[in-house]
Structure formats: structure tokens, C-alpha cells
Design a protein around this ligand. Sequence first.
Ligand SMILES: Nc1nc2c(ncn2[C@@H]2O[C@H](COP(=O)(O)OP(=O)(O)OP(=O)(O)O)[C@@H](O)[C@H]2O)c(=O)[nH]1
Ligand SMILES: [Mg+2]
Length: 243
Amino acid sequence: MIQVENIQKGVIEGNFLLLARAISQIENNTNNEQVLSNELHPKAVPVIGITGPPGAGKSTLISKLIGALVEEGKKVAVLSVDPSSVIHKGALLGDRIRMREWYLNSFVYIRSLANRGYLGGLNEPIAEIVKLLQSVGFDYIILETVGVGQSEVQVAQVAYPTILVLVPEAGDEIQMMKSGLFEVANIFVVNKADRPDAEQFVYHLHQALSQRIGIKTNVVQTIANTGVGISELLTVIKTYYEF
Ligand SMILES: Nc1nc2c(ncn2[C@@H]2O[C@H](COP(=O)(O)OP(=O)(O)OP(=O)(O)O)[C@@H](O)[C@H]2O)c(=O)[nH]1
Ligand SMILES: [Mg+2]
């Protein structure tokens, strides 16, 4: 069994070895054995969900968000849930490259989890892993999933706010409105705002969102690869934690 205090000590020192081992054991714990020596006492650490279609720019956006948070002296954990599908084999490698600059930073822990496919976008032990991260000294947790179907709605059960990253492309508004994510997401990021269709897309998005009631909603335009809109996005994210 792994001592939670030792994981915590490691996180303070920027050594994530024990944390990584604990996560692996939780992930592979098919027999429901006790992995940690004591009960977890998770703190109210924000869990930001980031989802959206493949290639929308989620990882690029996260990399920039990490930069902004680390600048504030925050410790950040990122969980990327990779689809087990063979089609997306490249996603992992892409993420490694996109977030490369953070892999050796002592304030940042990045972990990919395999999505075994039986629970949509989030694999089963994820809630437990999130609880662990909330207990060992991180200030923010970011959960990245590839939003390809209705099942991704589960992100919203673990994370708040849920950010849906979209790319301006003609006709996409209609598709997006059909997806379950549209109903549950809070922050709609229109990334790749450098594209010519961006303004029109945002206009249609606002129209579609005006039908929604009872959910806190924001629309933010970003150009993730150059960092445009990132500080605005972070400001908007923080409004979800003002109670
Ligand atoms: N023009 C433009 N390109 C961008 C922008 N943001 C990201 N990209 C590019 O889009 C590509 C995909 O970005 P990723 O961050 O890997 O996207 P992702 O959503 O994480 O992709 P998956 O993890 O495969 O689902 C990369 O080549 C980025 O450099 C943007 O705002 N404008
Ligand atoms: Mg990615």
C-alpha cells in the first residue's frame, strides 16, 4: 500500500514518481484492492473539464493555460483521457509534443489515462484519481477528453466548469447543437479564431445558446497556438469558483 503522505511529500518536491505509481495501481485495480494506506481527504480543488472534437486545439489550449497558472505559482495536474480506438493512436504522441515543455516542470503533472471504452469519455477509476490529486497538493486539475459523442457528457459529472472547444467551420453549429455536450458545457471556446468564419460562427453560437436556461454559460474566442484569449479564458474560468 502507498502512503498518501509520501505522495504529498513528493508533490511538494516536484517528484511525481509515487503519485504515478498510485495512479497506475488505481487504474489497474480490477480486484478492488486497497491501493492507498489511508482514506483520502480531498480539498475543494477546481477540476476543469476540456473536451471537443479531435484536433480542435484542446492540448494547445491546455499548454497555454498551464503556463498562465504556473506563472501564478499554482500546481497543476492534467489528466488526458485517450480514446482506445486505433484511429486515434496519434493523439497521445501529439499531446506529448504539444505539452512537451511542461513534462519536466516541478509544478506540473501530466498523465494520460487509457479509456477502456466502456464508459464513454471517462474511464471508471477517474473519479478516484481526481480525488487523489485533490488530496495531495495540486491547485488545479485539468481533465482533457476527446469529445466525439454523447458519452462525453460524463466529463460534466466530474468537472466544473466544462469547456467545449470548437473550431469555426461552416455547418458545424448544427452538428454541435445535436451533441449532448452542447446541453451541459459551460464555457464555449471558439478556438482557431484566426479563421475567416470565426465571427459568423460565434454569432450562430450565441443564437443557439440563447435558448439555454439555467446553466452558467460563457463564450470565449481564442487562438491557442499564439496565446490570444488565454488570459480572458482563465478569468472566465475563475468566475465559476466565486460562490
Ligand atoms: N490556426 C490555428 N491552429 C491551431 C490553433 N490552436 C491549435 N492549432 C493547431 O491545431 C492542431 C491540433 O491541436 P491540438 O492541440 O493537438 O488539438 P487537440 O484538440 O488536442 O487534438 P486531439 O488531442 O488529437 O483531439 C495543432 O497543429 C495546433 O498547432 C489556433 O488557434 N489556430
Ligand atoms: Mg489533445
